[in-house]
Design a protein around this ligand. Structure first.
Ligand code: ADP
Length: 214
């Protein structure tokens, strides 16, 4: 199954993808995680995108499309995947449709107020990318990842000014994808507000009914 997770920053796409891949054994491919890894490793790509990520802007389409195309060509992505954070623009969606069309697109509906509250309390493991929230899902030991012991930190772009830029970009560049995928008959919309486990139940139900297993 080839799935895209669509929704504003802070909609819970990464958290839900982590849960969903445990039951479905698909790779969770997050362009944000791939870019952050490139920055951390100091690769050529990382140097190009570091400032863009910190400001909350979007990486140019050609770089992003090339990265995803390469990642989806890896052997573990043959049978299916969950794409989280891609596509974010119409040209990205058009490119993906041409080289690896998704079966379904899951659109997470979440109010702006919820998004801002979640992003300002989000923390991430610098080593493995596991997502935490100081209010609702703190790590057991402050500052350390439950899964790998890595440093749990606040992303540079989870600061107020960048959050605003990311929400504006989402509205202008990414939200038009909702109608785009709806017109292709691929869109499933789920309520993204609530505990991750509850959102997972909604996700399973939406996919179940979409494939006629309701
Ligand atoms: P979030 O969904 O919380 O905003 P991500 O981890 O998905 O964050 O992405 C972090 C950053 O990586 C984005 O703000 C952007 O700079 C860059 N990025 C990720 N995916 C894309 C994409 N598809 N196109 C352009 N830039 C991207």
């Amino acid at each position: 199954m080839k799935l895209i997770f669509l929704g504003p920053p802070g909609a819970g796409k990464g958290t839900l993808a982590d849960l969903a891949v445990q039951e479905r054994k698909l790779p969770h491919i997050s362009t944000g995680d791939l870019f952050r890894a490139a920055v951390k490793d100091g690769t050529e790509l990382g140097l190009k995108v570091k400032g863009i990520l910190a400001s909350g802007g979007l990486v140019p389409d050609d770089l992003t499309i090339a990265l995803v195309r390469e990642r989806l060509a890896a052997p573990d992505a043959k049978a299916g995947w969950i794409l989280d954070g891609f596509p974010r623009t119409i040209p990205q969606a058009e490119a993906l449709e041409a080289f690896a069309p998704a079966d379904k697109v899951v659109n997470f509906e979440v109010d702006d107020a919820v998004v801002v509250a979640r992003l300002s309390t989000r923390r991430v493991c610098r080593a493995c990318g596991k997502i935490y929230n100081t209010r609702t899902m703190p790590p057991k030991k402050e500052g350390a990842c439950d899964a790998c012991g890595g440093e749990v930190y606040t992303r540079d772009d989870d600061k107020e000014a960048s959050i605003r830029t990311r929400l504006e970009n989402y509205r202008k560049q990414t939200a038009p994808l909702i109608a785009w995928y709806e017109a292709k008959g691929k869109l499933l919309t789920i309520d993204g507000v609530g505990e991750p486990k509850l959102v997972l139940t909604r996700f399973d139900a939406a996919l179940g009914s979409a494939s006629g297993r309701a």
